[in-house]
Design a protein around this ligand. Structure first.
Ligand code: ARG
Length: 656
C-alpha cells in the first residue's frame, strides 16, 4: 500500500474535471511537513487558480467537491491561501498496521508493470586494485538492484569490467621492462599494480614535458589579458562597467583554471624529476606512450605473447576484485567484461556504416550527432576501436539477450558526455523503446576537500579502507559493550559485529549522500553513534531487539498477533504513519534513482521511534492492550529497519 499514490489516484479524476495535464499538479501533493496541517497536503489549487482565473480557495473547494477519499481520510480541510490538508482516519491507519504486521513484505506491494532492467555497475578497470573511487558505483548500483528487485522488477546486474583497454597495454609493457620476479611471485596483483603506476607516471611525465611550456605560455597570456581588462574596468563609465567586469571575471576564472592545470602538470613532472632512478628510466623510455599503445594494439590483434600475458594476468586481477565483492556482499548476474565484445566490434562498425548512421571522416569512422560539435568516433584511423564501440556492442548484446525496458549505467558523472552521445547514437540504432539512463555521481573527497588520496598522491586502496573502518568499528563496539552494567559479548561476537558495523558505515555514508554531490570520506563521522549513519540505525535496531529480550519469551509472537493498535499518543501515531510510508520511500528511490531517499526515510523512522520510546513506556505500559500495541509498533519498526537496511546492502546485529 502506497498512501501517497492512493491519494494521487483519487485526486486525478477530480483534477481532470477542472483541467488538462494533471501530472505536474499531482506532484504537488506531498506529505505535510508539520503534523498540525494533517498528514498530506495538496498545493495544486494555487497554480490551478492562476490558470483558471479563479480564487485558489474556490478551486480548492471545487477539488474537494469532486474528491472521494472518505474511506480513508477525514473530511479534507482548506487552509491559508488554498492548501488542502488531508488527515488519515485512525481506524484506517490501524487496519493497515494490522495487515502489515502479518505480512513479510510489510505492506509493500510489488509493481503491476514489471520492467526488465539491466544495471551496469561497479565496472572497474581490472589491471589495478580497487580504490576508493569504486565504492560509489558499486554500492549505488547494488542498492538500486536490490530495490528494483524487491518491487518486482526483473534485474540483470552486469559488471562491465574494463579488462581489455589500454591499461593492459600498460601492464604488459611494464611487465616486459620492469617486472621484479620475486615480487610478482609473492603477490602478482600488487606487482602488476606497481607496474601500472610506474608506466602511468612515465607516460604522464613525457606528456607533461611536452605540454608544460604550452600551459606556461597560456598562463602568461591570460595574466596579460587580465591586467589589460583590469584597466579597462577602471576606466569604464557606469554603463559599461558591469559588462566589462563580467569579461574580467571570465578571464580570471580561465586564468585560475589554467594555473591549476599547469600546477598539476608540474607536480606530475616533479614526481619523476625528484627521483633520480625514475628520471633515468624516463630518459630510457622516451617513447613509452606510443609503445604502450602498440602493446595494446598487438594484444587486440591476437599477438601470441601479449595474449598469453593477458590470459595470465586476468584471473589474478579478477580474484583480487572478487575478494572485495565477497566482503561487501555484492553479487552480479553476469560479468561480461569489455573483452567479451571484442569480436563483435567490426560488425558494429559495419552496421553503422550500412545504415548510414556513421561515415568516414579523415580516415576515422564517425557518428555525427545532432547537438554535438564533435562526432562520436567508433573506429580510429589506425583501425583501433574505442570505448564507445564496445559500449555499442554491449547494448546490442543486451537487447538481443534480455530485451530490457531500461538500462542504467551507474558511472562517475565525468563520463556524462560519453553517455549522452552513446544513448543518442544507440537510440537510432536499436529500434526499441528501451530507455537509457546514466546514473552519475560525484567524487569521494578527502578532508582537504580534494579527491581522496594518500599523502604521496596515490589513490587509496578500497581494502585498506574497509580494514580501517572495521578496526574503528571494533573500538566503538568494545566501548559500547563495556559501558553496559555487564558486558555481553565475546571477542568473537565483537569482531563479527565490528565487520557488520564497519562495512555498513562505509556503504551508508555513500548512499546517504545525494548521489550527484561530492562527499567527504571520513570514517570517524560515518561511525558516529548519533546522526544519520548506519551505526545509529544499527544501534537503534539492536535497542528494539533488546526490549524483546527483556520481555517474556513470547512477546514477539504475541505482538505479531495483535488485532488492534492504540495510537492515542501523538508519537505513536507519527511512528505508525512513518511505518506505513515504507513503500513510498522505496518508490521514491526509483523516481530519480536516489538511494538517499531510503536512508532519509530510515533515519527519520529511527528518530521517530526514539521520540516514541521516550514518551511511551513499552514494557511498563499501563494496560496489557497498550503494551501489546507498543510492542507491535516496536516489532514493525525493527522489521522495517532490517528490511530497509537490507535493501541498502547493510546487515543488522542483534546487539551492539
Ligand atoms: N571501466 C570504466 C571505468 O572505469 C567504467 C565502465 C562503465 N560502464 C560502461 N558500460 N561504460 O571508467
Amino acid at each position: 500500500m502506497n498512501i501517497l499514490s492512493q491519494i494521487r489516484d483519487r485526486f486525478r479524476p477530480a483534477l481532470a474535471n477542472l483541467t488538462e495535464g494533471v501530472d505536474p499538479l499531482l506532484e504537488m501533493i506531498r506529505p505535510s511537513q508539520d503534523a498540525s496541517f494533517g498528514d498530506y497536503q495538496a498545493n495544486c489549487a494555487m497554480p490551478l487558480g492562476k490558470q483558471l482565473g479563479l480564487p485558489p480557495r474556490e478551486v480548492a473547494q471545487r477539488l474537494i467537491d469532486g474528491l472521494n477519499v472518505d474511506d480513508f481520510c477525514d473530511p479534507p480541510e482548506i487552509a491559508g491561501p488554498g492548501f488542502i490538508n488531508l488527515r488519515l482516519k485512525s481506524d484506517w491507519l490501524i487496519a493497515q498496521l494490522v495487515a502489515a504486521l502479518s505480512d513479510t513484505r510489510l505492506g509493500v506491494d510489488t509493481t503491476d508493470s514489471p520492467d526488465v532492467v539491466v544495471i551496469d555497475y561497479s565496472s572497474p578497470n581490472v589491471a589495478k586494485p580497487m580504490h576508493v573511487g569504486h565504492i560509489r558505483s558499486t554500492v549505488i548500483g547494488d542498492c538500486l538492484a536490490r530495490v528494483l528487485r524487491h518491487l518486482g522488477h526483473q534485474v540483470i546486474g552486469d559488471n562491465h569490467l574494463g579488462d581489455w583497454g589500454t591499461q593492459f597495454g600498460m601492464i604488459i609493457y611494464g611487465y616486459k621492462h620492469f617486472v621484479e620476479d620475486a615480487a610478482y611471485q609473492e603477490n602478482p596483483v600488487m606487482e602488476l599494480s606497481r607496474l601500472y603506476q610506474r608506466v602511468n607516471r612515465l607516460i604522464e611525465f613525457h606528456a607533461g614535458k611536452r605540454n608544460l611550456p604550452l600551459r606556461d605560455q597560456k598562463v602568461a597570456q591570460l595574466e596579460e589579458q587580465v591586467d589589460t581588462q583590469l584597466s579597462v574596468c577602471r576606466d569604464a563609465d557606469e554603463k559599461q562597467k558591469k559588462k566589462q567586469e563580467k569579461v574580467l571575471r571570465k578571464l580570471q576564472s580561465q586564468l585560475a583554471q589554467t594555473r591549476k592545470e599547469r600546477d598539476g602538470l608540474a607536480e606530475k613532472l616533479s614526481q619523476v624529476t625528484t627521483d633520480p632512478e625514475l628520471l633515468r628510466v624516463a630518459e630510457e623510455h622516451q617513447d613509452i606512450g606510443e609503445a604502450v599503445l602498440q602493446e595494446t594494439v598487438r594484444l587486440h590483434a591476437g599477438d601470441e605473447t601479449n595474449l598469453a600475458l593477458w590470459n595470465e594476468f586476468l584471473p589474478k586481477c579478477r580474484e583480487e576484485i572478487q575478494r572485495v565483492y565477497e566482503r561487501l556482499d555484492i553479487h552480479f548476474d553476469v560479468e561480461y567484461g569489455e573483452s567479451f565484445y571484442h569480436e563483435q566490434l567490426a560488425q558494429v562498425v559495419d552496421q553503422f556504416l550500412e545504415s548510414g548512421l556513421a561515415r568516414e571522416s579523415e580516415g576515422a569512422i564517425c557518428v555525427f550527432l545532432e547537438d554535438w560539435d564533435a562526432p562520436m568516433i567508433i573506429r580510429k584511423k589506425d583501425g583501433a576501436y574505442l570505448y564507445a564501440t564496445t559500449d555499442l556492442a554491449t547494448i546490442r548484446y543486451r537487447m538481443d539477450t534480455w530485451q530490457p525496458d531500461l538500462m542504467l549505467y551507474v558511472v562517475d558523472h565525468r563520463q556524462s558526455e560519453h553517455f549522452s552521445k552513446l544513448f543518442t547514437a544507440a537510440a537510432s540504432w536499436v529500434e526499441s523503446e528501451v530507455e537509457f539512463r546514466h546514473i552519475g555521481f560525484g567524487t569521494v573527497l578527502g578532508r582537504d576537500g580534494r579527491p581522496y588520496r594518500t599523502r604521496s598522491g596515490d589513490t587509496v586502496g578500497l581494502e585498506n579502507l574497509l580494514d580501517e573502518a572495521v578496526a574503528k568499528a571494533h573500538a566503538v563496539v568494545v566501548d559500547n559493550d563495556q559501558r553496559k552494567p555487564e558486558p555481553e559479548m565475546s571477542e568473537e561476537e565483537r569482531m563479527q559485529v565490528a565487520r557488520v558495523v564497519g562495512h555498513g558505515a562505509i556503504k551508508y555514508a555513500d548512499l546517504s549522500h545525494n548521489r550527484t554531490s561530492d562527499y567527504e570520506f571520513d570514517t570517524d563521522k560515518m561511525l558516529a553513534l548519533e546522526g544519520n549513519t548506519a551505526t545509529y540505525l544499527q544501534y537503534s535496531y539492536a535497542r528494539v531487539q533488546s526490549i524483546f529480550r527483556r520481555a517474556e519469551v513470547d512477546a514477539r509472537r504475541q505482538s505479531q498477533q495483535v488485532t488492534t493498535f492504540d495510537l492515542g499518543h501523538a508519537a505513536e501515531r507519527a511512528l505508525a504513519l512513518q511505518l506505513l510510508r515504507f513503500s513510498e520511500a522505496l518508490e521514491e528511490v526509483l523516481v530519480d534513482f536516489r538511494p538517499n531517499q531510503l536512508t532519509d526515510y530510515l533515519f527519520k523512522l529511527a528518530q521517530m521511534y526514539s521520540v516514541f520510546f521516550e514518551h511511551c513506556p513499552v514494557l511498563k505500559a499501563e494496560t496489557d492492550g497498550l503494551r501489546h500495541s507498543r510492542l507491535a509498533l516496536s516489532d514493525l519498526t525493527s522489521r522495517t529497519m532490517q528490511q530497509g537496511l537490507a535493501l541498502l546492502g547493510i546487515e543488522v546485529v542483534e546487539r551492539m
